[in-house]
Design a protein around this ligand. Structure first.
Ligand code: KG4
Ligand code: ZN
Length: 359
């Protein structure tokens, strides 16, 4: 909140396959600065398995987290004692990894006698654009990552409304599965995008599930099956076949996402007449240029601002957790050391509300 002193926050993220720590400073006016942002991806550990193996992920977090935190403190040019609060992802995510990060944060908070903030990972994504672009409330967020695909209305810290999401696979997951069936490796998104550049996006007409329905939901599993059936029908695939399938798949999802974004923006405009319309994109799939293009179109047509934070801050990182912690600390919303890690934790949960605002 404005008028409060500057705060130095350590943020810890371990909910999936990135071990990350960051130091962020929030000044009196609510402006944030990233002092360090260290991310160690476990891609190599999981590559052979074609996806994230939870037990391996947890072990790698155990092995690396202390070093990553030390590096983040060091690169920020501060001392552990300079930290005003420790924020860590408490869910949703792979529970073994979340436990490693949250328990470490509790130990630091106890030994330094500083407050702990247990951050919802999705809130970290939701608030990042305020750190990077100073975006004002309210805004619409589209989160498209390996684990989530959803539209969220962000009205304030802790004040979220889910407007729709995937009923089966997340968008990044669909990219990863298509990449796997085309033998393009993991993670699939960047590989599909690369190979799609050589392909004909109009060669195959894939289904766009749910699009006739009004609701702001996605379904990608039928599309993935259609891609598999097409690949099987053409087997053995030439390089051109692979590129054409990748391009046609990518174009189909871009159209789906662009179509839904237009609906969501219209809903936002109706709900907040006279308010600037803002669409914030988060999650790894935000790196995809074809999808960014498909999002830009309705934004331009409806006079909305499209805000895409730098891609390193769209994917999982510690700065987004530190920043969400800073926003909550400014509202005096800290957590007890007994708070539990949670594998599932929807953004619109009761306990997401800022405590001092609750009653
Ligand atoms: O946000 P993120 O780093 O991790 C979480 O899932 O939390 O997102 C990773 C996902 C993966 O599924 C990856 O394939 C996808 O984002 N992705 C992409 C691209 N880059 C990453 N999908 C499509 N096009 C890309 N260029
Ligand atoms: Zn994430």
């Amino acid at each position: 909140m404005t008028g409060q002193a500057q705060a130095i926050i350590l943020g810890i993220e371990t909910s999936c396959d990135e071990t990350a720590a960051s130091v962020v400073v929030r000044d009196q006016s609510g402006h944030g600065t990233i002092r360090s942002n260290v991310v160690r991806s476990q891609l190599d550990e999981h590559a052979a398995f074609g996806g994230v193996v939870p037990e391996l992920a947890a072990r790698a977090h155990v092995e690396w987290l202390d070093h990553i935190i030390a590096q983040a403190i060091d690169e920020a040019g501060i001392d552990l004692n300079d930290i005003d609060a420790i924020a860590a992802t408490a869910g949703p995510g792979l529970i073994g990894g979340v436990l490693v990060g949250l328990t470490t944060a509790k130990a630091l908070a106890a030994s330094l006698d500083k407050p702990l903030i247990a951050v919802n990972h999705l809130e970290g994504h939701a608030l990042t654009a305020r750190l990077t672009n100073g975006v004002k409330f309210p805004y619409l967020m589209l989160l498209v990552s390996g684990g989530h695909s959803q539209f969220v209305l962000v009205r304030g810290v802790g004040d979220y409304e889910r407007w729709g999401g995937t009923i089966d696979d997340a968008l990044g997951e669909a990219f990863d599965k298509v990449a796997k069936l085309l033998s393009l490796g993991h993670p699939g998104g960047p590989a599909v995008e690369r190979i799609a550049q050589q392909g004909d996006p109009k060669r195959f007409k894939f289904p766009k599930p749910l699009l006739r329905e009004e609701r702001l939901d996605f379904s990608f599993s039928g599309l993935k099956t259609a891609v598999r059936l097409q690949a099987e029908a053409l087997a053995p695939l030439s390089d051109q076949d692979v590129a054409d399938i990748a391009a046609s798949f990518q174009d189909t999802v871009a159209e789906i996402v662009g179509f839904r974004a237009r609906q969501a923006l219209q809903k936002f405009a109706e709900k907040f007449p006279g308010e600037a319309i803002r669409l914030v994109v988060a999650g790894g799939v935000a790196a995809n240029r074809r999808i960014a293009e498909a999002l830009q179109k309705p934004c331009t047509e409806l006079g909305a601002d499209l805000i895409v934070p730098p891609i390193a801050l769209c994917t999982d990182n510690g700065a987004m957790i530190a920043w969400a912690g800073a926003e909550r600390l400014a509202l005096d919303d800290t957590d007890s050391l007994t708070i539990a890690a949670r594998p599932r934790w929807p953004l619109q949960d009761e306990d997401m509300r800022v405590k001092s605002h609750g009653t």
